[in-house]
Design a protein around this ligand. Structure first.
Ligand SMILES: [Zn+2]
Length: 261
């Protein structure tokens, strides 16, 4: 069985990233999509992934840079830094395979004032602009923010769009599906203080709009790698009452198409 890990934070693994990439083969993971969270690790990500044919480098500035328990060492936000991030990302994007992880978060960072909310939306709209201009796929962090995320995405021509960590209503899920977005399913075995609406996505989305991801390393005290990916596919097949083999092939095919690998 073959898989694509559609979302892994290789820059966070630092010196272990090479080992994680090699090890993923053991789990049947043929390709990894490595996302970034700020300019600094985006640049490193592009450099590192260029050594491998089976790893795509996505670059972008994560909404967590506005403050969250999971900032991944982002330098903390002020307007000057924000403009610099955008400016550097514009230069880096042509060398990348896609834009991500970018988006809007209203759940883990709920207490932003109006100004900071606007800045978060501005940052995301600039990331959409960069994706559109460079004709790159995009991975979008979308925690209790689907309405705001879609409103901005609908103004741009970004294609394909992968919604990661979806937490929202059925109506918002359906609007995303109608817009043609793909939805990425993450592992359930985490002890995070939030949990995306994975079951709803698995139950409602057409199978050819579903992707899978490890989102490794999850910050729950354990270092995970891509080994969770086959397990997610198994769970999707069980919930949908489909054959495991057929589900795995279908998701693998969709992943190859979306990530152009
Ligand atoms: Zn992530």
């Amino acid at each position: 069985m073959k898989y694509v890990d559609g979302h892994i934070h290789l820059p966070i693994f630092k010196n272990n990233a090479d080992w994680i990439i090699k090890k993923s083969r053991r789990f049947g993971v043929r390709h990894l999509v490595s996302v970034s969270t700020n300019y600094d690790n985006s640049e490193k990500n592009v450099k590192m992934c260029s050594k491998y044919d089976n790893v795509s480098a996505f670059v972008g500035t994560h909404p967590f840079c506005f403050g969250s328990p999971y900032t991944d060492g982002a330098p903390g936000l002020n307007v000057k830094w924000l403009y610099r991030e955008i400016h550097e990302m514009e230069k880096l994007a042509p060398k990348a395979d896609g834009i991500g992880e970018v988006g809007i978060d209203h759940y883990l960072i709920p207490n932003l004032n109006t100004q900071k909310r606007k800045e978060q939306q501005y940052l995301f709209s600039k990331m959409c602009e960069i994706a559109e201009e460079n004709d790159k796929p995009m991975i979008v962090h979308c925690l209790d923010s689907a309405g705001s995320v879609y409103n901005i995405l609908e103004e741009y021509n970004v294609n394909p769009v992968v919604i990661h960590s979806f937490r929202g209503t059925k109506q918002l899920l359906d609007r995303g599906l109608k817009n043609g977005y793909y939805f990425s399913v993450m592992p359930k075995n985490n002890k995070l203080d939030f949990y995306p609406d994975v079951d709803m996505v698995v139950d409602r989305a057409p199978i050819d709009r579903i992707l899978v991801e490890s989102d490794a390393p999850r910050k729950d005290g354990k270092i995970f790698d891509s080994r969770t990916v086959p397990q997610i596919v198994k769970e999707i097949a069980t919930r949908r009452n489909l054959s495991f083999k057929k589900t795995a092939w279908e998701i693998y095919d969709t992943s190859k198409k979306v990530f152009n690998v």
